[in-house]
Design a protein around this ligand. Sequence first.
Ligand code: MN
Ligand code: MN
Length: 309
Amino acid sequence: MILRFDKLAVDLTMPTNPSPNSAAAIQELLGGKFGEMSTLMNYTFQSFNFRGRSKARPYYDLIANIAAEEYSHIELVSYTINLLLSGSTKRGTDPTTAPLKNATDARNSYHFLASGQTALPMDSMGNPWNGSYVFSSGNLKLDLLHNFFLECGARANKIRAYEMVDDPTARQMVGYLLVRGGVHVVAYARALERLTGADLSKLFPIPDISNKKFPEARKLEEKGLHRIMYRFSPTDFKELDKVWNGTHPEDGSELIVEDTIPEGFDPPDLPEEPQLTAPGIDMEMFNDVAKKLFGNEGGKGKSARTKRK
Ligand code: MN
Ligand code: MN
C-alpha cells in the first residue's frame, strides 16, 4: 500500500517564462521511454514480481523503496508542465476572440485539445507512455543491470531537457531530478557490485558530465542530497543499508540511509483557465441548479438526504 502526502519535493514557483514548447520538451521526462513513469512502473512491477525475496531482502527493499520515490518524481514533473502551461493562452470566456490561437503554434496540441493545459502521460512528441517500457525479467541481475541502464538513460534525457529549457522553475526541477536520479544510478551500481563483485564505479558518470556542472543540482549536492537514501516507509525496507553503504563513487562522501522523508512543500494552486472551461464551474449556474433541486442556496452544505428528513 502507498500512503500519500499532499506535498511536493521541490518548492515550485510560478515560471517567469510560461512556454508550451518548454512544457512539451519536459513531457519527455514524464512519459518518455526513460521518463519518470517508466522508472516508477519498472520498479513497481519488479517489486510486485520479486521471487525469493527472503533470500535477497536488501535488493527487494531497494527496488520497492526507489519505486515509492519515483511516484514523487511524477508529481514534480507534472506540476512543472502544468506551471509552464498556465497562462500560456488568452484567459477569458468569450470563444469568438480565438483565445487558443497561440496553441496552433505549440508543438503539442494535446495540451490544449485533450487537457486543461496540463500534463498527460506522453512523451515530448505526444506518443503515449506504454507498458512495453517496463522490463521485469524475473532475473535479479538482469533487472538490476536494466535499472542501472534506465537511470543512466534517464540522466541523459534530463541533461538534454535542461539544455532545452531556460525557465528557472523547470531547471530547478530538473536539477533536483538529476541529484535524486544520481542516487538511483549509484544504488543500482552498488546492488550489482554487492551481488557480483564487479566494480562499476569506474563507469561513473554516464553521460560523462558531473551533476556539479548544473548550478541547481550543485546546490543540492552541497547539502548532501546525493548521498541520502530516504526510507519511504515508517516500518519496512529495513535492509536498505546493506546495499546503500560505503562511499559515493564521484566525491567519496559517505552514503547514508535516512529514516524520515523530507517534509516537502505545498503543491501550487493552479489558476483557472476559463477559455478551456478548466475547471468550468460557474458559481452562479451552480447555485441556480442547486436551488431548483433542493430549494435552498447551493453550496451551503445541505444535501438532498438532509433535506428529505
Ligand atoms: Mn526519478
Ligand atoms: Mn530514479
